[in-house]
Design a protein around this ligand. Sequence first.
Ligand code: DMJ
Length: 573
Amino acid sequence: MFHRDHSPCLFLLLLLLSTLCISSISHSQQSTWASKKMRMREKVRTMFYHAYDNYMTYAFPHDELKPLSKTYTDSLSELGNLKLEHLPQDYNGSALTLIESLSSLVIMGNNTEFEKAVLWLSENLKFDVDARINLFECNIRVLGGLVSAHLLASDSSKKLFQGTYNNQLLFLAEDLGKRFLPAFDTPTGLPYAWINLKYGVMENETTETSTSGCGSLILEMGALSKVTGDPRYESAALRALRKLWSMQSSLRLFGTTLDVETGEWIEFSSGIGAGVDSFYEYLLKAHILFGKEDFWRMFHSAYVAVQKYFRHGPWYHEADMRTGKATYWQLTSLQAFWPGLQVLIGDITAANSSHREFFHVWKRFGVLPERYLLDHRMIHPTEKYYPLRPELAESTFYLYQATKDPWYIEVGETIVNSLNLYTKIEGGFASVKDVTTMQLEDHQHSFFLAETCKYLYLLFDDSFVHETNYVFTTEGHPLPVLSAWHEKLPETYIPTNWTFMKRQPEASRISSMSLQVCPAITLKSGQHIESACHIPDARSDYRCLTDEDCGVDSTTCARRSCSMAGYCGLWIF
Ligand code: DMJ
């Protein structure tokens, strides 16, 4: 027994010991997580180079690798399942996978390979070929890859080049952008889905296209206008987007396919997956990148309609744009990007609950099947494949950024392990033909390097997004958020003590969109910079009961409000 007089001392001692104990546990837990993240990052790096090296050995300069037969496919002209009947005999491909790998090489710190790739492309890549390509795919993969890599290469703070960078990628991007323009020459301004790079729109070309084909061009073409000073690309993309917007139903819904000549809908049923997905994504991301309020208003209205008519608990079904009645009860692999988009607007609860369901399906099958019939609880009989898609990894990255919940690191680990177990072969990574048998297919899609590996790497090591805020295009190509690209805000809207970060050649406004949901920025130097208008939410986990609990968004300086799910975000309701 201790003497009574000693008990306060003993209590303090015990308290001290237990505090030390707790802090050393959390310290050791933290370092366990840190070393796990580092180990996983290296695993992802190995995956990326296994895919990249095999592509370079067996497929380059053609478009994509066939990892089973160790040969190539010139898939840029085949995207959309059409064959390359217009390709000349001596066509050597457009080095699609190399272009798609550029920003991943930078993120993984391989400046030497990046510079080598840029030099090769500047000397060899030609767009003056008699090839019929899909505008949407070519825009997100090739134009997006080139513009993003150009912006990275010309960021002098990154020191990516030993020699001098002479805007070679920009010239290529501009050449490609010019070849896109004839596609927009329609009575409606909606672009043809297919064009010939040399001859423009072919005779008897199909007039049918998709919603995402018309509504997901603004990031790449807008960025091209900003860097070239030529407004034609942004205007064409914007005109198409506005026309599409005018075609919404009274329920504020959109269809999936339409006719570019008549501006009439062809397929009235739609959801958040194939044919529509990136249209929603680009409304929000265009708002972040270009700072136009209009994009936010469009996104918000479209988003509310999606949540109202498509959402069923954590799932999203399809509905008829005219009636709002459910049409198809299907989960598709492409829908898995949605939680990532929800993170960008701060609705973490909704994002988390859908993400968990997608992950549940991943665990059940080992990977995500392309289409799962929710009403029959079975995989779609003909869409049993998994072509190495990135969407679940993408959402996992965003959710981890927003919450720092180690659960998402475990999700990432499961994804990495499944990819290595089921899809890694000697010649690269192969798509899964049938998730019920894990039979493989001879195709390594370029988005595996542009997105799947990139998002997994960023999940475990996000240092790339520490100093600059980026918007990732739908193909995972980063575009920096620059104040010079933002629409000028009215004087009264800008706080006088607005914080600027010195950046050559222009100053960029400190913002936090990429890191969610209002963090300040600590530079590598240790310097801490806070957005001047930023007022943090009352609670650090962004939970709220009323709007009073929410602060002011550090990027837009707009007042955040409390969502129905009880989280602060840029909400209107
Ligand atoms: C990618 O090409 C893009 O993410 C696109 O928006 C749709 N999905 C594929 C990969 O799944």
